[in-house]
Write a new protein. Structure first.
Ligand code: SAM
Length: 149
């Protein structure tokens, strides 16, 4: 990338003080936001950083799948859920926040974004594992959103 890009690390629960206001064309957040409990402060920061017309593009675990993995006591709350992954034979537990569909979009609207596109993606042909292909093709695994300042 040479001098054309600058790499910074940040805790997304904190203000993004290194990013000037109205300086950014696109924010991409792939499978990140569901690790944050409270979206309000971050969405306000991203709205501040984006240029007018700039886009926030993100994917999260689909709220319906999160609900199926929860204890299902109250769909309408934001709750911490956990999931076990097989990592080369070792079980790793991931923890993330499940939120209702309305909370996803209300948070964006309250931060001043307009919803531009929503997708529940299915895989392109060529997934080698037939069981994984079936799951990705027939269940709500991910939610993709593009929101515009
Ligand atoms: C499932 S990984 C996704 C990585 C990559 N974006 C991708 O799509 O392959 C989740 C990422 O969220 C980051 N993350 C989780 N909580 C965060 C926080 N509070 N601040 C910054 N990054 C965070 C983790 O460091 C990790 O890189």
């Amino acid at each position: 990338m040479g001098a054309r890009a600058r790499l910074e690390t940040a805790d997304l629960n904190e203000p993004l003080t290194m990013v000037p206001s109205a300086s950014t064309d696109v924010v991409v957040a792939s499978l990140v936001l569901h690790y944050l409990k409270d979206w309000g402060p971050l969405l306000a920061e991203l709205h501040r950083c984006l240029k007018p017309g700039g886009a926030l593009v993100f994917s999260i675990h689909h709220p319906i799948t999160g609900w199926l993995r929860s204890d299902r006591t109250d769909y309408h709350r934001v709750e911490l859920i956990s999931e076990n992954w097989d990592w080369n034979g070792k079980t790793v537990t991931g923890r993330m926040y499940r939120r209702p569909v309305s909370a996803v979009f209300t948070s964006l609207l309250e931060a001043g974004f307009a919803i531009d596109a929503v997708e529940e993606p299915q895989p392109a042909p060529g997934v080698e594992d037939p069981e994984l292909d079936r799951i990705l093709r027939t269940t709500p695994v991910f939610l993709y959103v593009r929101a515009v300042r």
